[in-house]
Design a protein around this ligand. Structure first.
Ligand code: GAR
Length: 210
């Protein structure tokens, strides 16, 4: 059984996709042990509560220094003894000690096709604003392992989504979530839980079919 903890900052629609996928069997061999939010009022915490999953908030505001906040965040994660840490809209740069301790055991969902529209400043709606400003016709989402850089870790899964004439950032964000994020994040967790990720000759990951 893969023990996962999900880190969130906001609405938690990706968290909901994980909860639903565990209950409908799209994700197997996985236990959602806890949800951690850096925002006390995140709607994601209510989603966790409704699903009967322990939720914890670790807010920077409650600590005298960034270092203390980072220690508390790491302690909260450790308290669930997870095999995998899932960043699902967690808009905090991870402390170095966390990335090092959980190396190869942290994944993130990013709302673009990495390496486009990623890195510093590219998060949430800003990604979709940049996509529309540049005029690309295809965007999407990426699930990747987290390393010490921003959005630089090995790619696990990606899914393309069309940009449509007249899209606003909000409309595009919703389409990317519905068509890509809510599918590939649960699929990646299921793939990890069931040992289906392999490496190709270039050292890149691919997922074996079920
Ligand atoms: C999602 O679109 C996720 O891809 C994005 O934040 C949103 C969270 O929505 N994450 C990033 O931009 C990370 N760089 P949610 O709270 O409804 O899942």
């Amino acid at each position: 059984m893969l023990r996962i903890v999900v880190l969130v900052s906001g609405g938690g629609t990706n968290l909901q996709a994980i909860i639903d996928s565990i209950s409908n069997g799209k994700i197997t061999n996985t236990k959602l042990c806890g949800v951690i939010s850096n925002k006390k009022d995140a709607y994601a915490l209510l989603r966790a509560e409704k699903a009967g999953v322990p939720g914890v908030s670790v807010s920077k505001k409650d600590y005298a220094s960034g270092e203390q906040f980072h220690e508390a965040l790491l302690a909260a994660i450790d308290s669930f003894s997870p095999d995998l840490v899932v960043l699902a809209g967690f808009l905090v740069i991870l402390p170095k000690q966390l990335v090092e301790k959980y190396e190869g055991r942290i994944i993130n969902i990013h709302p673009s096709l990495i390496p486009s529209f990623c890195g510093d400043g590219f998060y949430g709606l800003h990604v979709h604003e940049a996509v529309l400003a540049r005029g690309v016709k295809v965007t999407g989402a990426t699930v990747h392992f987290v390393d010490s850089g921003t959005d630089t870790g090995s790619i696990l899964l990606q899914k393309a989504v069309s940009v449509q004439p007249g899209d606003t950032p909000e409309v595009l964000q919703r389409r990317v979530m519905e068509e890509a994020e809510w599918n590939i994040l649960p699929a990646a967790i299921d793939g990890i839980a069931n040992g289906r990720f392999k490496k190709d000759a270039n050292g890149n990951y691919y997922m074996e079919e079920k």
